[in-house]
Every structure is written in C-alpha cells, then in structure tokens.
Design a protein around this ligand. Structure first.
Ligand code: SAM
Length: 230
C-alpha cells in the first residue's frame, strides 16, 4: 500500500509489488537513475529491522534512495558507491568498507545483476562483469564478507538481485548469489519483488517471448538474512 505518505502500510506477504519507484511527495533517490531501487522496499525493511538512530549502511547506494528513506525515518545512514552523484555519497569500493567491525545495525544493498547496465566508467564497477562469469560471484562474495564484518551480531542485511536471460541463455543469478550468502548469513526470508519499468516491457518483447518460447524477467529476489555469530 503506498497511495500517500499517511497510508503507508507494512507489507505482510512475501510478494511485493510497487508500481512506482517513489512514495509520498518527496523524492527518494533519483527515479531516472538506471537500476534505481523502489524506495518502498527500503521503507519496509527499515520499519521492520531498525529503530530510530540505528546506523544503516548501503555499500552500493547509487542515486541515494537508502540515504533519503533512512534520513526521513530518523536513522543514521552511510551510503557508498563508485559512481558519485551527490555530495552525501562517499566514494568507496564495496569490497573494502571503511568501517570498524560490528558497527552497522542494518545493511541494504541492490547490487548489479550482471553487465547489463553501464553505471560508470570506473573499472572497479562489478557491473562490468557478466553474471555468466563465476568471477562475478567471487566479487560479490567479497562484498558479502565485508557486510558480515561491519554488521553488529544478530543484525540483518537485505540484498536485492535479479536473474538474467540473454541470448537464449538463462543464468540463475539470484540462486548463485544465495549460495555464496548462505556461507555467512542465516536466512530470515526471501521476498519476490515485481519488476517494473524494464525496457523489455513492450508489446514487441512480450510477442517475442511467446513466439520464441522464453520468459521475460518478472521479479527480483530480496534476500533478508541475519549475521548469526554462533
Ligand atoms: C542497482 S544500482 C544501486 C541503485 C541504488 N540502490 C539506487 O536506488 O539508486 C548498483 C550500484 O552499484 C554500484 N557499484 C558497482 N560496483 C561497485 C563497487 N565495487 N563498489 C561500490 N559500488 C559499486 C554502481 O555504481 C551502481 O550505482
């Protein structure tokens, strides 16, 4: 539910569908940023897993959606990215976070899913590696280890990712990442988030999917996981 700010209601099932990137009357992130996260995903997560003054960290915060939602909810927040679009984002590679161990109360991350989007010219951008290359998951695992390190014990992180179907080949990007995350975190739940605003969401692509017997991507995974220290 997200008609107006007054009517914001927490999601109660594992299927989330937000037709617009933003909610309320103020921007959260930049809905023109390629790959921007629907702000209501972050709103739901912060409501459930954090409280006021908690420290929220986003290691790949892009246009700053996490920063805007967290500030609005009176959480402390640090957003990093290699592609710096705003003064309140710190330039940093997510594989080496400049934070002490056990400092963050919550981490949100919406990482690249493959090399489908050009985010910046920075050669360290993980979005320059195809998810068909196992190295893609090795690099994301380095990010996962850092998230584990900076999270306080028993605190939660959420990772948004989608699969890939390209040139007649399916890659279960979500499952392949999940296998890496399981090494470090305990799963609290997995949410399916409906995909909107894709360039392939046109009649031509829907016709092609039927004619050539493939499926357009309809959802992303949101892995909600806890740093379990025992
Ligand atoms: C899907 S976008 C994130 C969108 C963001 N949540 C928002 O709402 O705007 C993925 C981001 O990962 C960043 N990125 C890719 N590799 C990175 C790395 N090694 N370290 C930090 N950021 C990286 C990209 O620059 C891009 O902004």
């Amino acid at each position: 539910m997200q008609n107006s700010k007054k009517e914001l209601i927490l999601e109660s099932t594992t299927l989330w569908d937000f037709p617009t990137q933003n909610y309320g009357d103020k921007p959260h992130g930049d809905n023109k940023y390629n790959g921007v996260t629907p702000a209501f995903i972050i709103w739901n997560l912060l409501q459930r897993y954090t409280k006021e003054n908690d420290l929220v960290v986003d290691p790949m915060c892009g246009s700053g959606t996490t920063i805007d939602v967290a500030k609005e909810l009176n959480r402390k927040v640090i957003g990093y990215d290699l592609n710096i679009l705003r003064a309140d984002i710190i330039k940093n590679d997510a594989r080496m976070l400049p934070l002490q161990d056990n400092t963050a109360d919550f981490v949100f991350i919406d990482s690249p899913y493959s090399d489908n989007i050009r985010y910046s010219d920075d050669n360290n951008c993980i979005g320059k590696i195809s998810c068909e290359n196992p190295m893609f998951f090795d690099e994301l695992e380095k990010v996962a280890k850092e998230i584990y390190r900076i999270l306080k014990p028993n605190k939660v992180m959420a990772w948004l990712i989608g699969d890939q179907w390209i040139k007649k080949k399916f890659t279960p990007t979500g499952f392949l990442l999940y296998q890496r995350l399981e090494k470090y975190f305990e799963t609290l739940d997995i949410i399916c988030v409906t995909r909107h605003n894709q360039t392939s969401n046109t009649n031509i692509w829907h016709d092609r999917a039927r004619k050539y017997n493939f499926y357009l991507r309809g959802f992303k995974y949101l892995f909600i996981m806890r740093k379990n220290t025992c």
